[in-house]
Design a protein around this ligand. Structure first.
Ligand code: IDP
Ligand code: MG
Length: 138
């Protein structure tokens, strides 16, 4: 069964949107097999956003993502990686389809409420990166 990693980003946790966000995944019949609230370390974030190292927004992104606690989810289901990306919507909330999480709750390209893995392989790598911090062991 496919798995993916979701991060409910700091601003969405502060605004108490986690319940609404989690409901959207459950309404799409996806299983939340793990959930953990934590303050991300820069080490984990550096690994997680490795592909973006050197981009102009990278340092600011790490500052933002380590500024306050996030809620990390592991979701499981058939085609869960692409289904979650659909539910999340486009990176830029202004371009996201109505009804998506980022359309409803995203503020800016950076503060876009959620992260979802881009592929099955990316999900596997990301779960490995986060597993100690989020105490996920299966
Ligand atoms: P994704 O989250 O939709 O997969 P990516 O391009 O992988 O988007 O970028 C990772 C994260 O980096 C985004 O969710 C967003 O928070 C941030 N980001 C991406 N592009 C920009 C940008 O141009 N300015 C500021 N932040 C950005
Ligand atoms: Mg991405």
């Amino acid at each position: 069964m496919e798995r993916t990693l979701v991060i409910i980003k700091p601003e969405a946790v502060i605004k108490k949107l986690a319940g609404k966000i989690i409901s959207m995944y459950e309404d799409n019949r996806l299983d939340i097999i793990h959930a953990h609230r934590c303050l991300p370390t820069r080490e984990v974030l550096g690994n997680h956003y490795q592909a973006h190292q050197g981009r102009e927004f990278y340092d600011n992104l790490l500052d933002f993502m380590s500024s306050s606690e996030v809620i990390v989810l592991v979701l499981e289901g058939e085609n869960v990686v692409s289904i979650v990306r659909e539910i999340n919507g486009s990176t830029n909330p202004l371009k996201a389809r109505p009804g998506t999480i980022r359309y409803m709750f995203g503020e800016t390209v950076q503060r876009n409420a959620v992260h979802g893995s881009e592929s099955v392989e990316a999900a596997r790598v990301e779960i490995e990166i986060w597993k100690d911090l989020i105490r996920f062991d299966s």
